[in-house]
Unconditional design. Structure first.
Length: 146
């Protein structure tokens, strides 16, 4: 026996399925990013890249700051909030980021006035680290007066 379902009923069923999926969260991509478990403690915040750079004051550093957030078993923590706070007149963009599925968060650091710069990175559970960089003055261009 074959049951024929009219196009109109199939369209309504498809729309209902989309509404149910959308109400479950996510960005419509079909992937729902979970929040950290309430009992999960973030115990490790590690600088993966971007520390120790030198750049021109007032300009972004060539490489982004990259940090990894891990739990007590060194597993990546997804969707954790990481705050980037630049000192000495610098800035971080974004100043707050969420970790991806690998526990990675990134920010671009624009340096303040020379010479030494610090940026504080803070994660959930009170974890934090300080990243250092060196700011230089912009080179002066020589001009000729005729």
């Amino acid at each position: 026996m074959c049951i024929v379902i009219p196009h109109r009923i199939r369209a309504v069923a498809a729309a209902a399925a989309l509404l149910v999926a959308a109400s479950c969260g996510g960005d419509g991509s079909g992937v729902v990013t979970p929040t950290p478990d309430p009992g999960e403690t973030v115990t490790k915040l590690t600088l993966v890249g971007g520390g120790g750079q030198t750049g021109v004051a007032g300009q972004p550093l060539p490489l982004p700051l990259v940090v990894r957030v891990a739990d007590g078993n060194d597993r990546p923590v997804r969707n954790a909030v990481v705050n980037f706070l630049a000192k000495s007149g610098g800035s971080a963009n974004p100043s707050q980021a969420r970790t991806d599925t690998a526990g990675i968060a990134r920010s671009v650091w624009t340096l303040g006035m020379p010479p030494k710069q610090e940026l504080r990175v803070a994660g959930a559970g009170g974890t934090e680290l300080v990243v250092a960089a060196t700011a230089t003055r912009a080179p002066v261009r020589a001009t000729r007066g005729w």
